[in-house]
Design a protein around this ligand. Structure first.
Ligand code: PBG
Length: 307
């Protein structure tokens, strides 16, 4: 009766991988699939039926190059997926990832200068990618590349093109984490050399996360994200206390999902109770919504537990 935190399906955002070829299961993420556009619409319908609030789309382009050209194409996989999904008029917020790591041949999150990601050369690319998604009807764009000033660049670009209504969900505090491993296989975005430590955050830092969040709020972020979730509950709590008024989203990432799946497969852990405990802890720490690959299952478990 007096339970402090409650979970509901409406707290969840479901990530969906969209591709034109090689649709099917994702190794390392049992129960998660790469979908064609038709399959993605069906997955979105299932999410809507489960009571989930939003979907987060990731695209696998047909080709990659050094400049991530396919990320800017109006007939690219994501713009088309947005048009089809929005056309289905589902009661779901459609969010897209704004980062070029799946579109570059080298797998880095930006344009390279030698072997280094050039922050400033990447900004116009992200700004244009967001504009292309906005033209296709996306509700929210979610820049995930951790380039400095990306929120401001995207806000300017959206506003000047007349898309003031499109919101920005900023991956404000994104750590250079080992927990992204399964995702990088799923989306084909692993860096071919080096790592992401020049722009993603050092897992040992907390003050830096608050500074990153503050800058993104100043630049015009409408919602902020902390990622991963489980190893960073303290950051979620600090952000919630410091900015109680801003929507705060946590990303329960691929490695967190796969760990539970692997333990459950070995019968070392009970999947549904473990997942609901994890999701509850992320909400208790202060996140309003959770991006999770467990969204549909968790919605189902919650429904059954109330019967
Ligand atoms: C793209 C991006 C990544 C994730 C979301 N957007 C990978 C990365 O930064 O390497 C990870 C999501 C997950 O692990 O579930 N930059």
């Amino acid at each position: 009766m007096v339970q402090e935190t409650r979970l509901s399906a409406a707290d969840f955002i479901y990530p969906i991988f969209v591709t034109r070829k090689d649709a099917g299961p994702i190794e390392g993420m049992p129960g998660v699939f790469r979908y064609t556009i038709d399959g993605a619409v069906q997955a979105a319908r299932k999410a809507e039926a489960a009571g989930v609030s939003g979907i987060l789309l990731f695209g696998l382009p047909t080709s990659k190059d050094e400049m991530a050209s396919r990320a800017l194409s109006r007939d690219g996989i994501i713009p088309e997926a947005i048009r089809v999904i929005k056309g289905a008029e589902l009661d779901l917020v459609v969010i897209t990832d704004i980062c070029v790591c799946s579109y570059t041949s080298h797998g880095h999150c930006g344009i390279l200068d030698g072997e280094t990601v050039s922050n400033d050369a990447t900004l116009p690319l992200l700004a244009e990618m967001a504009q292309v998604h906005a033209e296709s009807g996306v509700d929210v764009v979610a820049p995930s590349g951790m380039m400095d000033h990306q929120v401001a660049a995207i806000r300017d670009s959206l506003d000047s093109a007349g898309y003031q209504q499109v919101s920005i969900l900023s991956y404000a505090a994104k750590y250079a984490s080992a927990f992204y491993g399964p995702f990088r296989d799923a989306a084909g975005g692993a860096p071919q050399f080096g790592d992401r430590k020049t722009h993603q955050m050092n897992p040992a830092n907390a003050f830096e996360a608050l500074r990153e969040i503050e800058l993104d709020i100043e630049e015009g972020a409408d919602l902020i994200m902390i990622k991963p979730a489980l190893a960073y509950l303290d950051i979620i709590r600090q952000a919630r206390d410091r900015w109680p008024e801003i929507p705060l989203i946590a990303y329960n990432v691929s490695g967190e999902y796969s760990m539970v799946k692997a333990a459950a497969a070995q019968e070392y852990a009970d999947e549904s109770t473990t997942v609901l405990e994890i999701l509850n802890s992320i909400r208790r720490a202060g996140a309003q919504s959770i991006i999770t690959y467990h969204a549909l299952d968790a919605a189902h478990w919650l429904r059954n537990s109330k019967k």
